[in-house]
Design a protein around this ligand. Structure first.
Ligand code: NI
Length: 191
């Protein structure tokens, strides 16, 4: 099943997502559906809040980046309850995008090496070091679990320049090729 992708402006994207345990209902189906949704939308990572589930679950398939980033080849992973233990090295910039913010790409600075503790889809615990593009994708998706979007990690000037475009997305004005859901319309209270 393909989920609609939650668009910028929806409150679920601002929430800190909750940890889950192995009894989370239909977990394997949720994971499979998140992969299906991500592939349909041509993304390389998807966090559960982006499908309106406020839980700490990420799916990644970085393979499309393999030409420029060898570490991405065949990299497919599920991370449950990931904990960022460390982020190291000199920050590097990359033009990031996000399925929840269609039509916008901006340079974001991130550290190149991370150590993450997480559970896989079978609830086996791992502590692993990731580099380069893999680190960046995990950092971007982990941000989603903290209620942070990449457009909040750009300069104040860039934020100002993006304001109208982001407002349009929140109002449902996008040309995304996949189905999206938007924030409930705010109505002004009558005096
Ligand atoms: Ni994203």
């Amino acid at each position: 099943m393909i989920y609609p992708v939650v668009a910028y402006g929806h409150p679920v994207l601002k929430k800190v997502a909750k940890e889950i345990d192995k009894d989370y209902p239909d977990l394997q189906k949720v994971i499979a559906d998140m992969f299906e949704t991500m592939y349909e939308a041509v993304g390389v990572g998807l966090a559960a809040p982006q499908v309106n589930l406020s839980i700490r679950l990420i799916v990644i398939d970085a393979d499309p980046y393999k030409t420029d980033y060898p570490e991405a080849e065949g990299f497919k992973k599920v991370l449950i309850n990931p904990v960022m233990l460390s982020e190291e090295g000199d920050e590097w910039e990359f033009n990031e995008a996000c399925l929840s913010v269609p039509g916008i790409a901006e340079f974001v600075m991130r550290k190149p090496k991370i150590t993450v503790k997480y559970m896989d889809e079978n609830f086996v615990e791992h502590t692993e070091v990731f580099d380069g593009m893999i680190a960046r994708i995990i950092q971007h998706e982990h941000d989603h679990l903290e209620g942070i979007l990449f457009v909040e990690r750009v300069s104040n000037l860039k934020k100002l320049l993006l304001k109208n475009k982001l407002g349009d997305i929140a109002k449902g004005e996008t040309n995304a090729s996949y189905k999206m859901i938007f924030a409930p319309v705010k109505r002004k209270r009558k005096k």
